[in-house]
Design a protein around this ligand. Sequence first.
Ligand SMILES: Cc1cc2nc3c(=O)[nH]c(=O)nc-3n(C[C@H](O)[C@H](O)[C@H](O)COP(=O)(O)O)c2cc1C
Length: 458
Amino acid sequence: MGKKFYFNAFEMNCSGHQAPGLWAHPKDRSWEYKDLDYWISLAKKLEEGFFTAIFIADVVGYYDVYKGNARAAVKSGAQIPLNDPLQLAAPIAYATKHIGIGVTASTSFEHPYTFARRIATADHYTKGRVGWNIVTSYLESGAHNVGENSLEEHDKRYEIADEYLEVIYKLLEGSWEDDAVVREREKRVFADPDKVHEIGHKGKYFEVPGIGLTEPSPQRVPVLFQASTSEAGQNFSSKHAEAVFISGPSKSHLRDVVSSIRQKAVKEGRNANDILIFDLITIIVDETDEKARSKFEEYRQYISNEGALALLSGWTGEDFGKFKPSDFVKDIDFGEGSTFIEHLTQGQDKDWTIEDVAKWVGIGGVGPTFVGSPATVADALEDWVKETDVDGFNVAYAVSHETFEDIIKYLIPELQKRGVYPTSYNEGTLREKLFGYSKLPDTHPAARYRDIEKVKKE
Ligand SMILES: Cc1cc2nc3c(=O)[nH]c(=O)nc-3n(C[C@H](O)[C@H](O)[C@H](O)COP(=O)(O)O)c2cc1C
């Protein structure tokens, strides 16, 4: 029996997250993202399949690298219009019992003091079922619209994020002691001022002298997720993240990334298995291989090639609108996008055109899509886990809720039969479900800020 693995549902508060254009499919409901019923019915369904979390991606900005404007993204609905993810955490938690709610928030657009309150509030209202996907952002359009000339340079964004996390730890771990709130009615004392500490943070990027606004929440710091491929990004995630998202079309590429993240974590004084690694995939499953393949082909008719290329241009920074659909990838110098294209086309049995690239990205983004019967997909996933050592998958949809419903109906019973997938939830907070403890462990850098008075003297 192989190692047990987890599924997260990979979502975004918009239509057709990793499947631009598929909102037009008659069965798709992702365009109902503005309606809480969409999210609640999805989360309840996912709990039937023991999904660990519903993970909500986010960007501040829109995809305007393609042809130098946002028209293709807007026309095809490629991740625009887009709602705020954090507001979904409380209502989803209120309507469900176990599923975690991961929300993405960037360290490039909001001051850590206000964000600390927003995320701690979500941890209270979800009873500790919230996770934070820490991103540093990549869309220049976001920076322009908050009055900046451009995003900070790539590695500097991680340097800022590192201090951002320090502020969050100080506020959420150090400011309010566990028993600060006493609510002594007779004495009319709500909280003991001696147990509420000013954090005295004076750093290179942030100054936060005072006390945090929130009382301790069930997890204090939400479960920390992060996605990165670069050296600076991996240094950041191996220090801070409890779970890392990765993506890539081939096993060999992923195997190297996984082992590098685990090695770096050990160098940071953490255990290699303190970090769970989730890989981005899409699954199209049906009763038989034949039925699954024809469903996939039918979905592909709805892909917006322009929407896919708009997303790809934003992800890589390279304008894919410069090329003709029939241009062969092997004849083009992709500049910023070349590593990505190399990974994508590696090991393919024919020369890809730009249109082939669009069709690949159009369902599942940069991750692979597994298509087949329950046995075929289960074999492929087991093999993928064995070869790459990932701990689970961030599963994107082609058509929501149908993609998830098919997985729950066909695939999960097969995986459970093989003993490689959970058959129940652990009790408690999201961190308890994933790791068996509710607060960040002593090996995590946040732990030292619990004694904030000592830190201030150092
Ligand atoms: C599965 C997955 C999910 C991601 N989700 C987001 C997201 O929601 N928002 C975002 O701004 N970036 C997201 N990213 C991009 C990463 O934050 C990061 O920019 C990217 O992996 C490049 O890594 P680097 O920053 O180390 O260069 C995601 C990446 C992956 C692999």
